[in-house]
Write a protein that binds this ligand. Structure first.
Ligand SMILES: Cc1ncc(COP(=O)(O)O)c(C=O)c1O
Length: 358
């Protein structure tokens, strides 16, 4: 409990710097370079700069506006669009991204035509489907696909990649990484080219990386959550030596009263279209925060005090204060998971406060 200030997220830049440097060294020890994924923090230049100052020379984001923001802030990095572009946005992809991840020939052809028009080359990494079933070219179609890509004079094929544990929850493991390595070798031999990036996945690749004796041809990972929150993402285990508390969400109590613990009256649907159930606890101190699910993914918040979140509407969050005497004006601090960080960083009404600026 602290005093004063509106809803805000406190971002400890020294802790993020420590995580970035530690991961850069760890992954570098077996020949893997990291792309720092900035979408979790909306491409915030303050954070992007910290990543770059701690060894990360490539920044990747899924929003072109975030790439633009970082470029305009003169962040000294190479910029990657972390998803396949839409046909309707190829102009801005060529303008703001040095590299984009791709899986559709129609889009790549359009990127090529745009790059030629602007007298430049656009670099692409081809995403390969390896089980998670989000984006990617099926491995059996890869050779034919690359034949077509190599005909396009505005495009340079710089790598292949795969993504895991994002949609289907599929683990990257020794078998899938060996398969990706083998595909890279096959492509290099078949087309007499050299792939600068064999990008094996994301923060979910930590356990594979720690256990494997050889990373093979895999030389790159695109990592966001581990840098920001210090965790791998298969089990959300804390990575030894990293900070898991670089972000703190703070909100103020706007009402605090002793009331029943279960709603009374005729029960129908609430704002989310459900009839929620509550545990009978007798009379409790119910403290209300002036933020709700329009501001933050409330389910991704964990109170730092021994209190409990009972639920939220769009702009109120109701707490059981338990034994803590929360009063109007008190501020309550929470840890955030990745989803909560994402939601807060895109919320206009939550102030971003950078602390331990280095
Ligand atoms: C294609 C791709 N690569 C990498 C990442 C980074 O994932 P993580 O934050 O789990 O490291 C994401 C998601 O943000 C992604 O969509």
């Amino acid at each position: 409990m602290t005093q004063s200030g509106g809803p805000r997220i406190e971002i400890n830049l020294a802790k993020i710097a420590h995580n970035a440097e530690a991961l850069y060294r760890l992954y570098g020890s077996k020949g893997i370079e990291l792309m720092g994924v900035t979408k979790g923090v909306c491409g915030g230049p303050e954070i992007a700069r910290v990543l770059v100052n701690n060894g990360i020379r490539i920044l990747a984001d899924s929003k072109i506006t975030n790439l633009q923001k970082m470029r305009e802030a003169r962040i000294n990095a190479e910029f990657v669009l972390l998803r396949t572009p839409a046909l309707s946005e190829v102009d801005s992809v060529v303008k703001y991204a040095d590299i984009s991840l791709n899986s559709e020939l129609a889009v790549i052809k359009s990127l090529s035509a745009t790059a030629i028009k602007h007298n430049t080359q656009h670099k692409i990494i081809l995403m390969i489907e390896m089980g998670d079933l989000r984006e990617g070219i099926m491995p059996e179609n890869l050779e034919e696909f690359i034949e077509e890509v190599l005909k396009l004079s505005g495009i340079t094929l710089v790598g292949i990649g795969a993504n895991f544990a994002c949609f289907g929850g599929v683990k990257p493991n020794e078998e899938s990484m060996k398969k990706l390595s083998a595909l890279a070798i096959e492509i290099e031999e078949r087309f007499s080219l050299s792939l600068s990036y064999v990008s094996g996945g994301n923060s979910a690749n930590y356990s594979w990386f720690m256990d494997t004796e050889s990373t093979g041809h895999v030389n790159n990972l695109r990592v966001g959550e581990s840098i920001l929150l210090g965790r791998e993402t298969l089990c959300r285990m804390a990575i030894p030596g990293l900070f898991t508390d670089a972000f703190t969400f703070v909100s103020e109590v706007i009402e605090s009263k002793i009331k029943p613990s279960v709603p009374y009256g005729e029960i129908a649907q609430n704002v989310l279209g459900v009839s929620p159930e509550f545990q009978e606890r007798g009379k409790i101190r119910r403290a209300i925060l002036g933020v709700g699910f329009q501001d933050v993914l409330v389910s991704g918040l964990t109170p730092r005090l021994d209190i409990e979140i009972l639920g939220s509407s769009s702009d109120h969050t109701v707490l059981d204060a338990k034994k803590i005497d929360l009063q109007v004006g008190d501020e309550v601090a929470f840890s955030l998971n990745y989803g909560a960080v994402l939601s807060v960083m895109t919320s206009h009404d939550v102030r971003k406060k950078y602390i331990n600026v280095i």
